[in-house]
Write a protein that binds this ligand. Structure first.
Ligand code: ADP
Ligand code: MG
Length: 420
């Protein structure tokens, strides 16, 4: 074999190795997708009761009987979607074996966005095609009912994150859906609504409410031990053996339990910790990676929130940021307002009244970007002092990512230099 041949062979080996490495993929993750939000595991620890209860409610559908409407609620990450998907999948499998006319349609209302699109998703599940736009919702609804009847379908409509659509578009669609059975002879419709908002019921017309919540299931938060079990089961699927330190899982569970028992948050922490370790070429995922993951996630959350703020709220936040940068840790509303007005002029916006700005400060307090505290000044009355509720650096990075505000993060307020 000539030297040229062996050289080629050498290069071939290098390429093989690159491809092998790529195909073999990560040394940290075995199946990273097992940490994704939409992954439905084969078993859902600590939700056995909910699974059983939901299955009992829906089981009559297997015999072609109408089952009760169900309203499921609980905070994010408490397993509502996972449990519902799990039970509906098993139910659909059994229906298939039985050759039943049961259909289950799962629609995420937040992603669908409009009543029209929710309805057209239901239509397409029963084989009815409707145009993307152009028809009135009422017309689509009539066709939907006709199709249910003529095809003799028993449909369970799972409407996930139903609160978003009611909050934005009202409950007209739900009203129609909950009364559909009255006009059906051969078809049947059951509704399973899922809400992340515990006060969802207050948004509904009482008539809709009473029909929708024939059965109710409440999902409470997980505690740290439960989260740890959930994470361990997922980690066995997601990570290579012996990569994940026990302490790392424990910390993810503890951090998420301290929030509101949110399994989604716990899984995010674990995934990001793994990604940080991988990027760093580390062989183990440790508590240190989890702590860094926490910062990273918080950072992204704040940056995302800042990005979506209305302009005047951004300017208010920028004012508090700049005051904070000038070593004024807690600012009175009047000072914030003065700087806000200056910034508005600088950026070419008209300024709102101090009353409105005070309202914006409250809103920023509610979403966790600012921290306002009312202090008493004795006989001089009370004053509200406001500071940043998140690290200075994160706010700065958030503004740096914003084209319009990037140039303002190092702004020197005239208002301050004149008063100092
Ligand atoms: P919700 O719909 O209540 O916001 P999800 O059902 O989407 O919450 O759950 C969030 C994440 O946590 C999903 O990835 C889900 O698979 C996982 N999860 C929630 N509860 C459990 C559980 N009991 N066992 C295993 N994984 C769970
Ligand atoms: Mg959900």
């Amino acid at each position: 074999m000539g030297s040229r041949d062996s050289e080629m062979e050498g290069q071939e080996n290098i390429l093989q190795e690159i491809f092998d490495n790529f195909l073999r993929g990560s040394t940290v993750f075995k199946r990273r997708e097992a940490l994704r939000h939409d992954y439905v595991p084969d078993s859902l620890p600590h939700r056995e009761d909910h699974i059983r209860h939901l299955a009992e409610i829906l089981a009559p559908a297997l015999r072609g009987s109408l089952c009760s409407n169900v309203l499921i609620y609980g905070k994010t990450g408490t397993g509502k979607t996972a449990v519902t998907r799990f039970v509906s999948k098993k139910l659909a499998e059994r229906a298939e074996v039985l050759g039943s006319s049961l259909k289950i349609c799962f629609v995420n209302c937040r992603i669908a966005g409009t009543q029209y699109r929710v309805l057209s998703a239901l239509c397409s599940e029963i084989g009815l095609r409707v145009p993307f736009t152009g028809l009135a919702v009422g017309e689509v609804f009539d066709r939907f009912k006709q199709a249910l009847d003529s095809r003799q379908v028993l449909l369970i409509a799972v409407l996930d994150e139903i609160d978003t659509i009611v909050r934005n578009r009202g409950d007209a669609l739900l009203y129609e859906l909950t009364r559909a059975n009255a006009n059906l002879q051969n078809g049947k419709l059951s509704i399973l609504g899922i809400s992340n908002d515990l006060r969802f019921k207050e948004l509904l017309d009482p008539r809709v409410m009473s029909t929708l919540s024939e059965e109710e299931l409440v999902f409470g938060p997980y505690n740290a031990d439960e989260l740890q079990n959930i994470l361990e089961a997922r980690a066995r699927i997601a990570f290579e053996d012996n990569v994940l330190k026990q302490g790392a899982v424990k910390l993810c569970a503890a951090l998420a339990a301290a929030e509101h028992g949110d399994a989604r948050r716990a899984l995010d922490l674990l995934r990001v910790a793994g990604e940080l370790a991988e990027r760093n070429g580390d062989k183990h995922v440790s508590e240190d990676h989890v702590r860094r993951a926490e910062k990273r996630i918080e950072h992204n959350r704040v940056a995302e929130t800042i990005k979506t703020l209305p302009t005047h709220s951004k300017i208010v936040l920028l004012s508090v940021y700049l005051l904070n940068r000038s070593n004024i840790n807690r600012s009175a509303t009047g000072d914030i307002y003065n700087l806000y007005s200056e910034l508005c002029a600088e950026l070419g916006f008209g300024s709102l009244t101090q009353r409105r700005v005070s309202g914006l400060i409250n809103e920023l307090d509610v979403i966790g970007l600012l921290n306002s505290r009312v202090t008493s000044l004795g006989r001089y009355g009370r004053t509200k002092k406001t500071s940043l509720a998140v690290p200075h650096k994160i706010v700065r990075d958030g503004f740096l990512e914003d084209d319009r505000f990037r140039g303002m993060v190092d702004y020197t307020p005239r208002y301050l230099s004149s008063s100092l």
